[in-house]
Each structure stands twice: as structure tokens, then as C-alpha cells.
Design a protein. Structure first.
Length: 321
């Protein structure tokens, strides 16, 4: 039950938390560039995202769901800590930025909670939503393939790589990455993350990081006991110890960047965001502007809990809200 944090997994209400930006970018790169809106702008990303979202809603019929977007592309608090954070990424072109706005509007029109903030990334919003919901007895289903998000998994939470139809919980993280869920941020601090332009500790690769964390348990313990590193059965152990001493402050900085913040503002007061009433006028206007076909329009109205009658009036459907 939602109010019972000790309830077994089968009895605890799932909270779906969607890493929207991942699926918008995926659609942008994979969908053919043949879709245009009423003004001639590309809409391939929003069409692809709409297909993904509709599939998810139809399959899961979630009562509690939030869609997290990255608005902090160059204004995140991590940029203030480390200005080179994600500096290796090209700015999103205007054609894609417009489509992100359409995707957010589509979610809002469907009555879905949209999470976005100029200081926090989507990962932080997902983490904050999950940490707020857990004490009220909810379990998280994080819809994303991003390995960073695995650090949030605990108890009966799940991460779901939707495109590959793969799900795993906290116990499955070690098989995927060689470390436990609670060690993921430390692991990324050691290895670095090229996607986010985080260098990591020089000479420490994935296998070495896994061995170090397997032995010491955490980055803090590792840095406190660096003298022991040289005696580990680890290739180049003495050199690893030298680099850890030299780059200690950098390692702690990288850990600040790789740790998901769980205190981001969410824009709602309760433990979870309730699904709101859909906005049929906004939904129809978006469908017209984005030139969705009749089948997609019908699916959108059904997912929104609307039933287009002969008169065009919207009526509640029996779908859960």
C-alpha cells in the first residue's frame, strides 16, 4: 500500500520515473527526417518520443508517473563546480530544442507530471522524486538505460532499459557494472565518464575501479587507506597508489559530479505527483500542429482518458487516472 513503507514489493505502488531526454535524443537520431510540423520545422524526435510514451502508457497503465527533462544543459550546478562539465557536447540545434518543448507540452496535455529545472538535471529530478516517494511506500521504476541512475536503486526499485526490454534491481547492478548500486557514483569518479567529460583518475579503468571498491567498499575508505593499495593483487598497484595520492582532490571533485542530487525542487507537495486531468484542447492543438496521423491521435486521446464522441466532446474513459 502507498502509505506502508514496509509493505512487500508486490503490494507497494510503483512510481514510474521516465528519463525523457534519453528517448527524445534517441528518436532524434533514429527517426527519419521526413516529419514536419505545420510551420515546416522537423518533428522526427517528437514523433518518436510520442510513440515511445504511448507504448509505455498502454503497456503499464501507470497511476503514478513523472517525466523528467533536462533543461539544465549548460546551467546545472555541476557547471559551477566544474566549468568543463559536458563541455565536449555540441549545443543542441534549434530544431531539436523546439522538439523538446513540444515533448514537454505533449506530456502536460496528457496530464502527466513534468519535471524540469534550470539548476538540476533529469537524473537529479528522478532521484529527488524517488527519495520523496519511498517513505510513503512507493517503489521506483526508472525508465532509462543510463548507468548513472543505477546508483538510486534500493530494495525493490527497478531500472528498465525500455528499448532493450531489460530490467534489473539493485542486486543486478554488480553483474552489469562490477560494483554495487551504492558504489556507482564512486566507480564513475574513479573511471571517469567520457559522455559527461569527467576525466576520472588517470590509469584507473573499469576493472581496477571494481577491484578497489570491492576491497575498500567506498572512495572515502580507499583514499583513507591509500597505503594499502600497493599491496593489492592488482596489476600496476604501486602506480595506482601514486596516482590516487596525486589526484585525491580531483577524485573527490569527480564524485561530486557523479553523485545524483536528491534534494531538487519538484513542483509538487505530496509524496508523488498525481496524474492531472488531460487538456483536450491543448492535446488536439498539438496533434494538429505536429501533424500526427489519425491513429496516433486516437491513441493520445485514449491515453489521456478522453473519448471523442460524435459531437467531439471529451468524456472520461475507464482508464486509470
Amino acid at each position: 500500500m502507498p502509505g506502508d513503507a514496509t509493505a512487500p514489493a508486490a503490494a507497494r505502488a510503483p512510481l514510474h520515473l521516465v528519463d525523457a531526454s534519453l528517448y527524445v535524443f534517441r528518436a532524434w537520431h533514429s527517426m527519419p527526417d521526413e516529419f514536419r510540423d505545420a510551420h515546416g520545422w522537423p518533428t522526427n524526435a517528437v514523433h518518436g518520443f510520442a510513440r515511445f510514451l504511448l507504448d509505455l502508457l498502454e503497456r503499464e497503465r501507470p497511476r503514478h508517473i513523472a517525466i523528467a527533462f533536462d533543461e539544465a544543459l549548460d546551467s546545472c550546478f555541476r557547471h559551477r563546480i566544474y566549468p568543463a562539465y559536458k563541455a565536449n557536447r555540441e549545443p543542441a540545434p534549434e530544431e531539436l530544442r523546439r522538439q523538446f518543448a513540444h515533448c514537454k507540452a505533449l506530456c502536460a496535455a496528457l496530464g502527466l507530471a513534468v519535471l524540469a529545472d534550470h539548476d538540476y538535471e533529469a537524473d537529479d529530478l528522478i532521484g529527488s522524486a524517488l527519495y520523496r516517494a519511498r517513505p510513503a511506500g512507493y517503489r521506483g521504476i526508472i525508465v532509462s538505460a543510463d548507468k548513472d541512475l543505477s546508483q538510486l536503486l534500493a530494495d525493490d526499485d527497478e531500472q528498465w532499459d525500455y528499448a532493450r526490454a531489460q530490467r534489473w534491481g539493485a542486486a543486478g547492478v554488480k553483474a552489469r557494472h562490477g560494483v554495487h548500486a551504492h558504489q556507482v557514483a564512486d566507480y564513475l569518479a574513479l573511471t571517469g565518464d567520457a559522455v559527461d567529460n569527467i576525466p576520472g583518475v588517470g590509469g584507473v579503468g573499469a576493472k581496477t575501479a571494481a577491484v578497489l571498491l570491492g576491497h575498500f567498499g567506498s572512495l572515502d575508505a580507499l583514499l583513507e587507506r591509500i597505503d594499502e593499495v600497493a599491496f593489492l593483487r592488482l596489476r600496476g598497484a604501486a602506480q595506482v597508489a601514486v596516482r590516487l595520492r596525486e589526484q585525491r582532490e580531483h577524485a573527490l571533485l569527480w564524485r561530486q559530479l557523479t553523485t545524483i542530487a536528491c534534494d531538487a525542487p519538484l513542483g509538487y507537495d505530496g509524496p508523488v505527483a498525481a496524474r492531472a486531468e488531460a487538456d483536450p484542447e491543448m492535446l488536439d492543438a498539438l496533434a494538429t500542429t505536429l501533424r500526427f496521423g489519425p491513429m496516433t491521435r486516437r491513441r493520445l486521446r485514449t491515453a489521456a482518458g478522453l473519448d471523442a464522441g460524435a459531437s467531439g466532446d471529451a468524456h472520461p474513459s475507464p482508464l486509470p487516472a
